[in-house]
Design a protein around this ligand. Structure first.
Ligand code: NAD
Length: 477
């Protein structure tokens, strides 16, 4: 989305950020361009008979890099979808997967549609037909191209895509692995719906473990009590805001939505506000906060952390200079344009970039894909065995304690927590937390030590591009 004449397009913005990192790497001649370009973009147009007439829809599936397959990336339903946007998002997926060491190339898809204009049955018809068009071209396939949810899509669409693939590939035993983000009862994994927002929380928790990085943003202390502005209370924004406020003590002072913003300086009740939006379609009229009509102006309000979690290019040349947040975490893809990025860095704003910040989704999608291919849920073989080993230790400690007169008995809470073996959700969260910490460490090492790297985004791109380059070089390209 271009919001200003001087502003590069989304894809140009991603390319500019890539170029900056590539200039710091000693890549063999020609490899830089090979990595930057999008390998292919398919446009499909198809008709669906709805409400007594045929409606024609336009969709895209773009493959950015096949250095590792399958390629991976969400499917977005939005009227703003276009070739430039899917190509930018596909490129970001390549770098994101490389940064979090998910073994995928980058891809992205989109359908030009406002899903709110259609009922559930109509959306199923449209989704099935779109999936059919992509499947017959091998643009959805467990070994080649595995979509996931993105803006405007969710578990229901993913379940429909998986079913459509299974109908067209009746003997493929790995059919379920053709798409991730499915509901748990249709081959999904626990913790996938919350994964991207959970990843945003883990990314912030990791950032706040490093006093030298917190100081770069001019902040101090922990997430507790930090004032946060969230834009977009959809899948990503809602989960991030919910976890930060309920578990880390952060105060969500503003939520910005399509129809305006809601403010409470003492902190909004995210669950309550989310229920209101689900029921009324927007924030207007919400009784437990102050309504502000001009939502985008709220991005410029005072806060400690700004979380754009809606769409791209919302922080651009027109408002970057006015942004007061010292720390921005890009929960959405591409919310800060390349021009705005430079203005903010000049001001000393620390930006935790999209390719890291919202990688929780693809990370848990990776776990789901592995689960589908292995045909067994994580923890099924070990859980009870782990519990009986823990029980052995507890029994032994209790025996020793009794021997010493029973003075040091364990608290029931500790005993209960210690005895419980990890189920799928605990394992998914543990794997996600580990991934976010490891990826941060890789970026931070470059950020602090590599000459010419002044920000986390360039650091993230340096890590990602050098990994993609190594993969191409190992294959002899
Ligand atoms: P979503 O459709 O669930 O939510 C988007 C939210 O933003 C909605 O509540 C919508 O009303 C709101 N919104 C739309 N336009 C707005 C505007 N102009 N101002 C304020 N709010 C507006 O989408 P999502 O899945 O949460 O995705 C949000 C962003 O996160 C996108 O950039 C997407 O690419 C990125 N992302 C999503 C995932 C995922 O797993 N869903 C993973 C990685 C990145």
């Amino acid at each position: 989305m271009t919001t200003n004449r001087a502003e590069p397009s989304f894809r140009e913005s991603v390319d500019l950020m890539f170029n900056r990192a590539a200039a710091l790497l000693d890549l063999p001649p020609g490899l830089e361009e090979k990595i930057r370009v999008c390998n292919s973009t398919y446009t499909v147009r198809f008709g669906v008979k709805l409400r007594g007439r045929v409606q024609t829809f336009t969709g895209y599936r773009s493959v950015h890099s096949e250095h590792t397959e399958p390629v991976k990336g969400g499917i977005r339903y939005s009227l703003g979808v276009n070739q430039d946007e899917v190509e930018a998002l596909a490129a970001l997926m390549t770098y994101k997967c490389a940064l979090v060491e998910a073994p995928f190339g980058g891809s992205k898809g989109g359908l030009c549609i406002d899903p709110r204009e259609y009922d559930t049955d109509e959306l199923e018809k449209i989704t099935r037909r779109f999936a059919y068009e992509l499947i017959k071209r091998d643009l959805i396939d467990p070994a080649q191209n595995v979509p996931a949810p993105d803006m405007g899509t969710g578990e229901r669409e993913m379940a429909i895509i998986a079913d459509q693939y299974a109908r067209m590939n009746t003997t493929d035993i790995n059919a379920r692995a053709c798409v991730t983000g499915k509901p748990p009862h249709a081959g999904g994994i626990k913790g996938r719906v919350e994964a991207t927002g959970r990843g945003v929380q883990y990314a912030l928790q990791e950032f706040f473990r490093h006093p030298e990085d917190i100081a770069k943003a001019g902040l101090s202390g922990s997430l507790d009590g930090k004032r946060v502005i969230v834009q977009g209370l959809g899948n990503v924004g809602y989960h991030a805001a919910k976890f930060l406020s309920e578990e880390d003590g952060s105060i969500i002072t503003y939520v910005i939505e399509r129809d305006g913003a809601i403010h409470d300086r003492n902190g909004l009740d995210i669950e309550d506000l989310h229920n209101w939006i689900s029921e009324h379609g927007g924030v207007k009229g919400y009784p437990n906060g102050q309504y502000i009509e001009n939502g985008s102006a709220v991005l410029e309000e005072e806060c400690d952390i700004l979380i754009p979690a809606a769409l791209e290019a919302v922080i651009n040349l027109s408002n970057a200079a006015n942004i007061k947040a010292p720390l921005i975490i890009e929960a959405a893809n591409g919310p800060v344009t390349a021009g705005a990025n430079d203005i903010l860095l000049e001001k000393g704003t620390v930006i935790i970039p999209d390719l890291y910040a919202n990688a929780g989704g693809v990370t848990v999608s990776y776990f789901e894909w592995v689960k589908n291919l292995s045909h067994i849920r994580f923890g099924r073989m070990q859980r009870r065995q782990e519990e009986s080993r823990h029980q052995l230790i507890v029994d032994e400690l209790e025996r020793l304690d009794a021997h010493l007169g029973g003075k040091w008995s364990m608290t029931p809470d500790f005993k209960q927590k210690y005895l419980r073996g990890a189920g799928e959700l605990e394992l998914v969260r543990s794997g996600l937390d580990d991934t976010m910490r490891e990826a941060y460490a890789a970026m931070q090492e470059v950020w602090h030590n590599r000459e010419g790297v002044k920000d986390l985004r360039t650091a993230g791109f340096v890590v990602a591009v050098s990994r993609v380059a190594s993969s191409y070089q190992a294959k002899g390209i």
